[in-house]
Design a binder for this molecule. Structure first.
Ligand code: GDD
Ligand code: MG
Length: 361
């Protein structure tokens, strides 16, 4: 089977992290977002993944070359010369996706995290005889997503409304699809939205089906949702592979510490923390609801909550970092500095406190 991952866009909502890395390569729970997806695809027998890209393909390919070998899966790029939206890229990659096997292919939004229940998706898709299956999930605030109205028993989609202004329902498109090659005949090679132009038509033809996604789901393309997503992901690790989580007197709740990270004496870590490869957390540090990316150093007695610390940044002694502070790559926060929601661009040095949420250029 084949898969296409939609990797376009500039990831502006995840700045300053996406100033250093394309969004799919930003680490989530200690590995690039997109690797979570590629591994799960590999596990259900996908042999080739096409990355539909319109931004810095060389960075992406260089990075993924190693994983191609490690995972034993072919990874190619399909590059747009103009952004083709969420459907146009399928037409562009038509030759790879419609390989004559007649097999359906996966399409994923690159910023969604879940347990990726792909085998259930395949099973359901083969059972209903429609042209496409989308996974849906329930959310409290459906207006920022694509809303799906479906027949409960059969899963047949009656309506698909992208970002509705009025309440239509609370089941939303999770950005995970299984699609028959015949759908490619509905898509022209031009900028096209799969949500606005293609799904509504397939629904009208009664060929679009939806399956409620089991387990957790989150679009992690925004900082607050990224942290919520981490909490849900770690919760699911606790249920499915608890041995991956850290244990010890200084650990509270669900905590993931990379094997190459060093944690000093007298720290209190958790709940909902990811400490990336090569991080050094000096003695007496407090961490909760936060992510430290590769190579971060947190100096003695600093306290970090609800924040993301970008690659190779450092936080000084007795510093206090909280309320969705995001430090870009290689940011250095001085001793005793306080940050309340500061969003700091890469390569900055912060010597005085940031008292209210603001962007530091
Ligand atoms: N190659 C390519 N070209 N990819 C693109 C382009 C493009 O022109 N535009 C967007 N993408 C990719 C994004 O990188 C992302 O992976 C995916 O398409 C969806 O775009 P977003 O910008 O993240 O859309 P959204 O989050 O507002 O809404 C989408 O996702 C929701 C679930 O998170 C829609 O699919 C909604 O229906 C859905 O509920
Ligand atoms: Mg998104």
């Amino acid at each position: 089977m084949k898969a296409l991952i939609l990797v376009g866009g500039f990831g502006t909502r995840l700045r300053p992290l996406t100033l250093s890395m394309p969004k799919p390569l930003v680490d989530f729970a200690n590995k690039p977002m997109i690797l979570h997806q590629i591994e799960a695809l590999k596990n259900v027998g996908v042999t080739e993944v096409v990355l539909a890209i319109n931004y810095r393909p060389e960075v992406m390919l260089n990075f993924l070359k190693d994983f191609e070998h490690q995972l034993g899966i072919k990874i190619t790029c399909s590059q747009e010369t103009e952004p083709l939206g969420t459907a146009g890229p399928l037409a562009l990659a038509r030759d790879v996706l419609a390989d004559g096997s007649g097999e359906p292919f996966f399409v994923l939004n690159s910023d969604v995290i879940s347990e990726y229940p792909f085998s259930q998706l395949i099973q359901f898709h083969k059972s209903h005889g429609g042209e496409a299956t989308i996974m849906v999930t329930k959310v409290d605030e459906p207006s920022k997503y694509g809303v799906v109205v479906m027949e409960e028993e059969t899963g047949k989609v009656e309506r698909f409304v992208e970002k509705p202004k009025m309440f239509v329902g609370n089941k939303i498109n999770a950005g995970i699809y299984l699609i028959n090659p015949s759908v490619l005949d509905r898509i022209e090679l031009k900028p096209t939205s799969i949500e606005k132009e293609i799904f509504p038509k397939i629904a009208t033809d009664q060929k679009l089906f939806a399956m409620v996604l089991p387990g957790f789901w989150m679009d992690i393309g925004q900082p607050r949702d990224y942290i919520t997503g981490l909490t849900l992901y770690l919760d699911s690790l606790r249920k499915n592979s608890p041995s991956k989580l850290s244990k010890g007197v200084n650990i509270v709740g669900n905590v993931l510490v990379h094997e190459s990270a060093v944690i000093g004496e007298g720290c209190l870590i958790g709940p909902d923390v990811a400490v990336g490869p090569g991080c050094v957390v000096e003695p007496g540090v407090r961490l909760a609801r936060c992510t430290l990316m590769r190579g971060v150093r947190i100096k003695k007695h600093a306290c970090i909550t609800s924040s993301i610390i970008g690659w190779h940044s450092t936080v000084g002694q007795w510093a206090r970092i909280e309320n969705m502070t995001i430090l870009g790559e290689d940011v250095h926060v001085g001793d005793e500095v306080y940050s309340n929601g500061g969003v700091v661009l890469p390569h900055k040095e912060i010597k005085s406190s940031i008292l209210k949420p603001e962007i530091v250029m």
